[in-house]
Design a protein. Structure first.
Length: 423
């Protein structure tokens, strides 16, 4: 019990005793002496009560801060204990899951149907101490799910938001109308009439399944031990990240693929501008100006750009006449380098005569991400007991259901025909 509560209760008892003694017309000497003692104790307790409140206020602040983050922290701690090695051994040997891994799998099974063992998306993140090609990541930063899964994902760098969906098709109403105000033309005139407040539903449906097959030999299962944990996670994360990036931008909408942002620019209503000239900062500047004019961006540094490495190579070598300043220098002076993502996976290779490429610009308006990527449930891990039965190996299929949609077309613009060589 808090010390302040104990003191408050004692003060209440003292007041009650004093009220009884004060009600007597002729108190005895003992009763008078008792009243003096109670009075001194009451005044002393008042000082102690104030001191206790001051001390407990700091404790309450600390406890409040802890309570605000306790749920997220407990979830992160629980996910940190998920072991992919247990999943592999359960599928291979039928070993029982235990600990936090068993608890998480049980929760996921109760939320949806899985043919195999469900694996949460957070379990694919690269853990502390693992070294990957791009260096050692920092897993402490709390970011959206897509960032935790694939820290170097092009979709994440372009501002895409990954949304977890339990079941069914989901729609997000996004405001697409331009509600305007108007002045009254005179003392008795009316103000502007009501303007329709319109929204457009952006739907995602579980029609697209992404699958990965992993083959683990018997030697690996017996020899790797805990190292298998990192290997499986890295391979799955890398393969799924590359496939998601490509589908988010270049998905054809056929053969099971979702409709990507670039391939489906016309369907989504995204503005596509054919530059048909040598690539330069001027082409990007005009697109940024269109963003700002449409109130989609407040400044150039709010715009993100997706380009091919070949475009960077050309812009960096294209010097302005009589200076040592290149077109790339002019570009990064206005659009921060951190807002520019280079990829050879999410954009088609340069083609045509002269060779030309494309670039995608996005911005987040009003806190709304330009691209939504939906993921249904968890990753379903299914064992194939027959394909590698003769060698004693383990073949695992990981299935994920995903979809892509665009929030507001005004938040994206596609530049085509950025030529990399003279005609």
């Amino acid at each position: 019990m808090l010390e302040s509560v104990k003191i408050a209760r004692r003060q209440s008892e003292i007041r009650q005793n004093l009220a009884e003694l004060a009600g007597k017309e002729n108190p005895s000497e003992d009763e008078v002496r008792k009243m003096d003692e109670l009075d001194r104790e009451y005044r002393s307790n008042e000082t102690r009560y104030r001191a206790a409140l001051i001390a407990e206020d700091t404790e309450r602040r600390d406890a409040g801060s802890e309570l605000e983050t306790r749920t997220a922290q407990e979830w992160a701690d629980l996910m940190a204990g998920f072991e992919m090695r247990q999943v592999a051994l359960a599928l291979d040997e039928g070993r029982q899951l235990d600990g936090q891994t068993a608890e998480i799998v049980s929760e996921l099974r109760s939320a949806g149907g899985f043919r195999g063992i469900p694996v949460p998306w957070q379990a694919l993140e690269v853990r502390a101490g693992e070294t990957v090609a791009s260096g050692t990541p920092n897993p402490i930063q709390t970011r959206p799910i897509i960032d935790r899964l694939f820290p170097d994902s092009v979709a994440a760098r372009m501002g895409a938001q990954m949304i977890s969906i339990d079941a069914g098709a989901v729609e997000w109403p996004v405001t697409t109308s331009a509600v305007t105000a108007g002045w009254a033309d005179g003392e008795t005139a009316n103000v502007a009439g009501p303007t329709t407040y319109a929204t457009t539903d952006r739907a995602m449906s579980p029609d697209h399944n992404l699958g990965i097959q992993m083959r683990i030999t018997r030697k690996t299962l017996k020899q790797s031990g805990a190292a298998l944990e990192q290997a499986v996670r890295r391979d799955m994360s890398g393969a799924m990240g590359a496939a998601m990036d490509q589908a988010a931008f270049l998905g054809t909408g056929a053969n099971g693929q979702p409709l990507g942002v670039i391939a489906g620019a016309a369907t989504y209503g995204i503005t596509s501008t054919a530059v048909a000239a040598l690539a330069s900062w001027g082409a990007f500047r005009s697109a940024v100006t269109r963003f700002m004019t449409a109130n989609a961006a407040g400044s150039p540094d709010a715009v993100r750009a997706l380009i091919r490495p070949e475009l960077w190579d050309y812009l960096d070598s294209a010097l302005i006449s009589g200076t040592a300043v290149s077109e790339w220098d002019r570009l990064v002076k206005n659009i921060p380098a951190g807002n520019i993502a280079m990829t050879n996976n999410a954009l088609a290779a340069p083609s045509g005569t002269p060779s030309a490429t494309s670039a995608l610009l996005t911005t987040a308006a009003g806190g709304v991400a330009p691209i939504f990527i939906g993921a249904w449930g968890a990753v379903d891990m299914i064992r194939d007991p027959y394909s590698d039965a003769q060698s004693g190996g383990l073949r695992i299929t990981a299935l994920a259901t995903m979809d892509v949609t665009v929030a507001r077309p005004a938040q994206l613009e596609l530049l085509t025909g950025l030529e990399l060589e003279a005609a």
